[in-house]
Design a protein around this ligand. Structure first.
Ligand SMILES: O=P(O)(O)OC[C@@H](O)[C@@H](O)c1c[nH]c2ccccc12
Length: 404
């Protein structure tokens, strides 16, 4: 699917999405309440909540506020972002100072026109996403708040009691790397993507997952985003319930701790955190909750700045280098090599971090290239999911059978 046509159509639904929940109930007035037109709500992302909570819990040792698990550690409460926030910087300014261009929500609401008793809203520059990643995040923000209304954190926590046990995602990658002497494979169950459109019409997620497992994948990645990737949490749950042994990465655009609980309740063993979207304070906070839930966190970077930010955070075990720029869709596998050169590569080796080479890997020489660059794992979607026999596709990709 063309990026431009998708942007245009879903741009419409963003504004519809934001307004629709309110428009359905109280046409004009409530629309004002939920639209971040004032910039007040618009500036609040997870970060804002994290910052408020961190400060509150440190200043007054407040008890857990509902929905936010366990008190913030001093390292988070004392972090630079908290001090900057106290000095009056908005979270958008803090994010921008970390090189993040993705805004969590539209910064300014559309102009409002009153026509008779109805209120009409028109697009303006400020509420138009600058690229596909920003568009996805704006939609996700609306989607997550609607999902939270349907299923509270209390309900999710209850569901965790019946969730299948968490499995060792990082351990499975290490074991596979040691066994095969080749990068461990995280094979991706993905029906479609904004850059490639539909990859496979006859898409049976469980069948594809078991073919991957049979072909020697160490772990699987399951897309759960519906709108842009035609994925679902049902797919994740179905794969987990089908008895697939490979640990599962929930491939989602995580912006809220609620999503971590949701992923765990559906059987995920790991989640993705995208540094291009999340300021450091969010990464710290979300990885902390991952630890509480037993989830591994794959922190994804796509440039040097993001890599340096992530290397500045303690306790990171897994870093993904995305060869696809999510803002422009350009794929360049030399990105993996570039980000692992020199001091960065050294720091990664010293700290025993596993690096995952992500996207655009199609041939044995691509695998050899990223292995040479220093990755111990690879994340592969398109080149495998398109194969009529994804199991054989793995042998083709690695140039040998890695299942034994
Ligand atoms: O299909 P590919 O080119 O093999 O890429 C897989 C995976 O890296 C890609 O799907 C991906 C990497 N990071 C993401 C973040 C969100 C959605 C998707 C992705």
């Amino acid at each position: 699917m063309e990026a431009t046509s998708m942007s245009a159509s879903s741009r419409f639904s963003i504004s519809r999405g934001i307004c629709s929940s309110s428009a359905a109930t109280a046409p004009a007035k409530r629309c004002l309440d939920v639209t971040p037109a004032s910039g007040v709500i618009g500036r609040r992302g997870l970060s804002q909540r994290v910052l408020r909570f961190a400060v509150r819990s440190q200043r007054s040792e407040a008890k857990d506020s509902p929905g936010i698990p366990s008190p913030m550690s001093d390292s988070i409460a004392n972090c630079v972002e908290v001090r900057e926030w106290e000095m009056g910087k908005t979270i958008d300014e803090i994010a921008a100072s970390q090189g993040i261009t993705i805004r969590r929500r539209p910064p300014s609401g559309p102009p409002q026109h009153y026509v008779g008793p109805f209120e009409f809203r028109l697009q303006n520059e400020g509420n138009t996403p600058r690229n596909i990643l920003e568009e996805i995040i704006w939609n996700k923000d609306v989607e997550v708040s609607q999902m939270k209304e349907r299923r509270s954190l209390v309900m999710l926590k209850k569901a965790l009691e019946n969730a299948p046990p968490v499995r060792d995602f990082v351990g499975a990658l290490r074991a596979s790397y040691e066994r095969t002497d080749m990068p461990a494979l995280i094979a991706e169950v993905k029906k479609a993507s904004p850059s490639r459109g539909v990859l496979r019409e006859d898409f049976d997620p469980v069948q594809i997952a078991s073919a991957y497992e049979e072909g020697g994948a160490a772990c699987l990645s399951v897309l759960t985003d519906k709108k842009y990737f035609q994925g679902s949490f049902e797919n994740l749950e179905a794969i987990r319930n089908a008895g697939i042994k490979c640990p599962l990465l929930c491939k989602e655009f995580i912006i809220d701790p609620w999503q971590l609980y949701c992923a765990r309740s559906k059987g995920a063993d790991a989640v993705l955190l995208i540094a291009a979207v999340l300021p450091d304070v969010d990464i710290k906070y979300l990885t902390k909750i991952c630890k509480i839930l037993g989830l591994a966190a794959l922190v994804e970077v796509h440039n040097e700045r993001e890599m340096d930010r992530v290397l500045g955070i303690d306790g990171i075990q897994l870093i993904g280098i995305n060869n696809r720029n999510l803002e422009t869709f350009e794929v360049d596998i030399s990105n993996t090599k570039k980000l692992l050169e020199g001091a960065r590569g050294e720091a990664i080796r010293e700290r025993g971090i596993i690096v995952v080479g992500e996207s655009g890997l199609f041939t044995p020489s691509d695998i050899a290239y990223v292995q040479e660059a220093g990755v111990k794992a690879v994340l592969v979607g398109e080149s495998l999911v398109k194969q009529s026999d994804p199991s054989k596709g793995i042998a083709g990709l690695f140039g040998k059978d890695i299942s034994k």
